[in-house]
Ligand binder design. Structure first.
Ligand code: ATP
Length: 244
C-alpha cells in the first residue's frame, strides 16, 4: 500500500532498442519510485545493460519514452542526464587504475559541473562515511585495491555526482560470496540515505532479497514483475534464475 503513494522517479514506457537486426529491447515498460530499490534480473543477453544504457542516453531508441521526474529524457545526451541527477555505474568497475582513490572520486564529481566546491567536499564526506575503507586508502592507486574495494570505489564515484537515482550494473560480478554480501548491504545503506536504486544483477537471489520490486527480462521482453518477495517465491523464477 505504501508504494502506491510514492512518487515516480523513472518511467520507461514501451521502450524498444535495436542493434542493427538484433532486437535488444522490445516494448519494455519499467517504473521506479522514489526511495525504492528496483532490480532487473535476467540471463546473459536479456537486455539488462541495454536498459541502463538507454536511460543514460548511450543508445538510440527505436520506440518508446523515458520519463525522469516528469521530464521527457528520451533523447537527452548523457552529460545533461548527469546534471539532472542520474548516475550510472557500469559493469566491470571501470575505475582509473593509475589514479588514487581520492582522484577517482574527484573525477566522479567532475561529471556534474553544477556542483560547487562545498558540494564536492560534502559528497566526499558522504562517500567516506559509507565506505570507511576508501577513506583509509585514499592515497592508494585504484588499480591496487581488492576487487570488492574497486567496486566500492566505482559506486563511490557514481555517488560523487550527487545523484537522486543511481543505476548499478552487476555490482556483484566476479566477487567472492562474502564480499558480495557486503556490497548488497551497502546498496541498502545507500537507499537509506535517500537515493533511489535501479540494480541489474545476475545474482538474482541476492538482488531480489534486497529489492522492493523486481522485473524479469527475457530476450528483451519483460516477462514478470512483482515485489522482491513475490519473485523470490515464484516457481518459474525459482527454477530458471535461482537454481531451485
Ligand atoms: P549480460 O548479462 O551478458 O551483460 P544483458 O542482459 O546486459 O547481458 P545486453 O548487453 O543488454 O544484455 O544485450 C542485449 C542483446 O543485445 C544481446 O543479444 C547482445 O548480444 C546484443 N548487443 C548488445 N550490445 C550490442 C552491440 N553493441 N551491437 C550488437 N548487438 C549488441
Amino acid at each position: 500500500m505504501e508504494m502506491q503513494n510514492k512518487k515516480s522517479i523513472l518511467k520507461i514506457d514501451h521502450l524498444s532498442v535495436n542493434y542493427g537486426y538484433v532486437r535488444a529491447l522490445v516494448d519494455e515498460s519499467i517504473e521506479v519510485k522514489q526511495d525504492e530499490i528496483v532490480t532487473l534480473i535476467g540471463s546473459n543477453g536479456a537486455g539488462k545493460t541495454t536498459t541502463l544504457m538507454a536511460v543514460s542516453g548511450l543508445v538510440k531508441k527505436a520506440a518508446g519514452t523515458i520519463i525522469y521526474k516528469s521530464q521527457d529524457i528520451t533523447s537527452m545526451p548523457p552529460d545533461k542526464l548527469v546534471k539532472l541527477g542520474i548516475a550510472h555505474v557500469p559493469e566491470g568497475r571501470k575505475i582509473f587504475p593509475q589514479l588514487s582513490v581520492y582522484e577517482n572520486l574527484i573525477a566522479g564529481s567532475l561529471g556534474n559541473p553544477k556542483m560547487s566546491k562545498q558540494d564536492v567536499k560534502e559528497q566526499m564526506e558522504y562517500v567516506y562515511q559509507l565506505f570507511p575503507r576508501l577513506k583509509e586508502r585514499y592515497r592508494q592507486a585504484g588499480g591496487s585495491l581488492s576487487g570488492g574495494e574497486q567496486q566500492m570505489l566505482a559506486i563511490g564515484r557514481g555517488l560523487m555526482m550527487k545523484p537522486d537515482l543511481i543505476m548499478l550494473d552487476e555490482p556483484s560480478m566476479g566477487l567472492a560470496p562474502k564480499i558480495v554480501e557486503g556490497i548488497f548491504e551497502l546498496i541498502l545503506k545507500i537507499r537509506d540515505t535517500g537515493k533511489t536504486v535501479l540494480l541489474i544483477e545476475q545474482n538474482a537471489s541476492m538482488a531480489l532479497s534486497i529489492a522492493d520490486r523486481g522485473y524479469v527480462l527475457e530476450t528483451g521482453h519483460i516477462r514478470m514483475t512483482g515485489t522482491g518477495q513475490e519473485l523470490l517465491t515464484n516457481d518459474d523464477v525459482k527454477k530458471t534464475y535461482l537454481g531451485q
